[in-house]
Each structure stands twice: as C-alpha cells, then as structure tokens.
Design a protein around this ligand. Structure first.
Ligand code: URA
Length: 288
C-alpha cells in the first residue's frame, strides 16, 4: 500500500539482529577483561547519571527555581534592622511567569502575620478594584518595595529601601513582566526618582522595553475617601491599557476578554494621595 518501508522510521533497523549485536566484539570489555554484561550495565548507568545531572542542572537554572530560591533568601534576610521586628518576611505572591507585576510599599500588620502581600484592608480594596475591572489577581505577581514590615507601618527609610532593592530587581529580572503597576509614591520613585504621584498617576509610560503604570496606594485611598474616584479611574485606565497591549502585542493574559467597555472620566482632582501611602494604622490592632 505504501511506497516506502517505514520500519526504519519507526525505530526498527531493517537488518538489525539482536543475536549479531550480542556476539559482536566489544573492545572495552575484551581489553579490560570485564564481563560483557558488567560493561554494558556500567555504560547504561553512566549515561543515565549524566542525563540526570544535566536535567537537574538545567532545572536549577529555570526562572521558577531561581525565584523559589530567591524567596527562601528573602524569608531569611537579615540585611536591615526590620528583620528584628518582623514576624514573617513577605517576599511576594503570584505566578513566576506573570505578565503583570504590582508593587506596593511594605507589608502591614496582616501581611507580616501571614507572610503574604496585600491580605489586609488595603488588599481587600485592591482585590475589589481588580475584580471590578475584570482582572484576575491569581494571574498577577504582587510584591512590595520592602519585604519586611516597618514598625507601626512607618514610611520606609532610604537605607531599608537600598538593602531590599536587589531583591526587587532580581524578582523583576526573573519574572520579566510586561507591565509594572506601582502603588503609591515609594514604588513610583523606585523607578522614576523625581516623579510626583499626583502628576503622573494613571499615565502609562515605557522604559527599557517595559510598561509602567503608576497609581495611588489602595491604603491611601482608604484613608482619604476623596481619592477613591481617582484610583478607581486609574484602574479603569489600566484595564484599557492591558486591552490595548493585547491588541497590539498579544494577550497580556487570558482573562482579557472579560474587560468591560467603560468610558474613562477625565482629569485628576487635587490632593496628595502619594504622601504617606503606606498609612495602615486602621488595619493594625489597637496598640496597647
Ligand atoms: N500595603 C503595602 O504596601 N503592601 C502590602 O502588602 C500591604 C499593604
């Protein structure tokens, strides 16, 4: 029926004879005086050991494995004073291949307790903002400038930001997100040191082949309800940006079909939502 004999392609050599193979001279075992089956077993074991080593070495170099090791390093970090007062370090949460990364300021009370970012009141508001705009938190990597909670949620100090900086830089290099959303003044100024959050919030910009989208910190908006329309408008713009990126550069992630077609209102209002963005005193238990 077929014009060719396909047996060779399917793994059988047409002239192969197991008996001839078994009886053919083996230089190694003849020269060294090793029985044939021992010589064969040794070769098979050596090949399998080499294959295992190569597989393990290449697995150790995947971004996922390296991110896992980085997370462990952060959990045990003692680079600055904050390790003395933390309960848990909070390295970050989300898929290692996320297209979108959110960066906040520093863990608060609940984050410090649980070792996970944005799980307190600010986190609930963030979840709400995401859900209202059809964004799935489980597809986003979320982390902070500082990985440990500053006492009483005070602002991060410059030396603490400097000590933590390599961790965030490494997370960004390994995850390689297409867009970074900065929440609040500290995250914005990590990338754009002279930028003012009140001036640039809600405006995407590109730097080094990556998109950056600054917005206010959810905790700041919780403290100052008049800032909530601004952050909510920013999240609508973010959804539009992700939709535009999907059209021009391919899907940012698969839930994009859920985006609503809301129009965006114009113009930011006044105020200084960037100042003291961390301010989470409201989610702390009462201090004794
Ligand atoms: N505020 C932050 O900046 N990060 C958190 O993880 C929680 C609150």
């Amino acid at each position: 029926m077929y014009p060719f004999n396909y047996s060779g392609l399917l793994g059988r050599r047409p002239n192969f004879s197991p008996r001839r193979a078994r009886d053919s001279p083996c230089l190694v075992h003849h020269r060294l005086g090793i029985p044939r089956h021992v010589a064969y077993n040794g070769i098979v074991q050596a090949i399998s050991r080499i294959t295992c080593t190569i597989t393990r070495m290449s697995a150790e170099h995947t971004p996922a494995h390296q991110l896992h090791r980085l997370v462990e390093t952060i959990r045990h970090c003692t680079r600055c004073r904050l390790h003395q007062t933390r309960t848990h370090a909070v390295p970050g949460d989300g898929p290692f291949d996320a297209d979108i990364m959110f960066i906040g300021e520093a863990p608060g009370y609940h984050e410090d307790r649980q070792g996970r970012p944005f799980v307190g009141a600010a986190g609930k508001y963030l979840n709400d903002l995401l859900a209202r705009n059809g964004l799935d938190r489980s597809r986003i990597y979320i982390t902070n400038i500082l990985k440990c909670r500053p006492p009483r949620n005070r602002d991060p100090l410059p030396d603490e930001i400097a000590a933590c900086r390599p961790f965030l830089e490494r997370q960004i290099a390994l995850i390689n997100p297409r867009i970074i959303v900065t929440l609040g003044r500290f995250a914005l100024q990590f990338f754009f040191p002279n930028a003012s959050i009140t001036r640039v919030h809600g405006q995407a910009r590109q730097k080094g082949g990556r998109w950056y989208f600054p917005t206010f910190h959810p905790a700041a908006a919780l403290h100052q309800p008049r800032w909530q329309p601004l952050i909510e408008e920013d999240f609508r713009k973010l959804a539009e940006l992700l939709q535009a990126l999907t059209v021009s550069e391919g899907p940012v992630y698969h839930q994009l079909s859920l985006f609503p077609a809301d129009d965006v209102d114009s113009g930011p209002g006044e105020g200084h939502p960037g100042a003291g963005t961390h301010g989470q005193a409201d989610i702390d238990p009462p201090h004794s």
